[in-house]
Design a protein around this ligand. Structure first.
Ligand code: ACO
Ligand code: ZN
Length: 283
């Protein structure tokens, strides 16, 4: 028998500093080899360029004149101080490659495409008097008919605050604007699956509660932007798809309580008025 050598890529970056935050990476990311020995990798929170010399990083900070992601602001929530930018991987390859390198530190389950050309990047930022600082993002392949999201990340210091949910909701809002349904690219990570399952359950039960007597899977998909397969999967998951001659759906009190509970927890929801009026999604 011949054995195939398996190359294990060990986590290479010890620590990164981005803005005020020091973060320990989770996984390997293909930064230049000389970065492997550095105690800290300094990352500019606006242009995402990276340094191992603190001196060079300080010099960069003095002359860096980017204070928001290099794209169009397509959404702004002035109450929560949040904004979304759309960055084209073809026009901003350097920024987008730096973003992919950064996000690879927290993603292990798939090969990230470093060819950023076919992707759009939607960057979620919070803003203050200094500028627009990245919280997380998702990427989307421009001409993929099925997937409405390729990769999603909330930076670890901002996780479990509802931003992942916001990004997922944003990806479905774009699909709905395009008159389409969509699904995230597979495979999902464990955290990705947990977040999607939670989102699907909430979005679908909300539609069910508003519906009159009869509603089809197609109609649920149309109203949520969630593709039919994921709708069906979720209906089985929450055990509300019962067969009485024909498949039909029964909404339990437990489910209603779950939706009410999660609604009460929600910090940032998407409001149609907050979209830039000029902006239309790519077909
Ligand atoms: N443990 C248990 N449940 C979780 C966890 C966790 N660590 N993280 C998220 N969830 C579930 C919960 O139900 C949560 O709702 P709740 O907080 O009300 O209970 C729900 O997901 C949404 O949580 P958010 O706070 O909105 O999500 P967050 O901002 O933390 O982002 C994300 C989720 C993007 C998956 C984040 O964990 C992340 O960036 N992980 C690393 C990268 C990654 O794995 N990305 C997904 C890859 S799959 C793909 O790209 C297609
Ligand atoms: Zn910079």
């Amino acid at each position: 028998k011949s054995f195939k050598p398996i190359k294990i890529r060990v986590k290479n970056i010890k620590e990164i500093q981005i803005g005020e935050d020091l973060i320990e990476p989770w996984y390997f990311s293909p930064y230049p080899e000389e970065f492997n020995d550095a105690a800290v990798v300094y990352i500019c929170e606006f242009c995402l360029s990276y340094y191992i010399s603190e001196l060079q990083f300080r010099r960069h900070k003095k002359k860096c004149n980017l204070f928001h992601p290099p794209g169009n602001q397509i959404y702004k929530d002035e109450i929560e101080n949040l904004a979304m930018f759309e960055v084209n991987g073809e026009r901003q390859p350097t920024y987008c490659q730096s973003l992919c390198l950064l996000s690879k530190l927290f993603l292990d389950h798939k090969l990230l495409a470093y060819d950023t050309l076919p992707f759009l990047f939607y960057i979620l930022c919070y803003y203050n008097e200094v500028g627009y600082c990245i919280i997380g993002y998702f990427s989307k392949e421009k001409y993929n008919m099925e997937n409405n999201l390729a990769c999603i990340l909330t930076l670890p210091q901002h996780q479990r605050k509802g931003y992942g949910r916001f990004l997922i909701a944003f990806s479905y809002t774009i699909s709905k604007m395009q008159g389409k349904v969509g699904t995230p690219e597979k495979p999902l990570s464990d955290l990705g699956l947990l977040s999607y399952q939670q989102y699907w359950m909430e979005a679908i039960t909300e539609v069910l509660l508003k519906a009159n007597e009869e509603i089809s899977v197609d109609e649920i998909a149309y109203q949520t932007g969630i593709d039919q397969k994921d709708v069906q999967y979720t209906l089985h998951l929450i055990g509300i798809c019962v067969y009485l001659g024909q498949p039909c759906i029964r909404i339990s009190n437990g489910l209603i309580e779950m939706v009410k509970g999660s609604k009460a927890k929600k910090r940032c929801t998407i409001k149609n008025d907050y979209f830039d009026k000029q902006w239309v999604p790519l077909v």
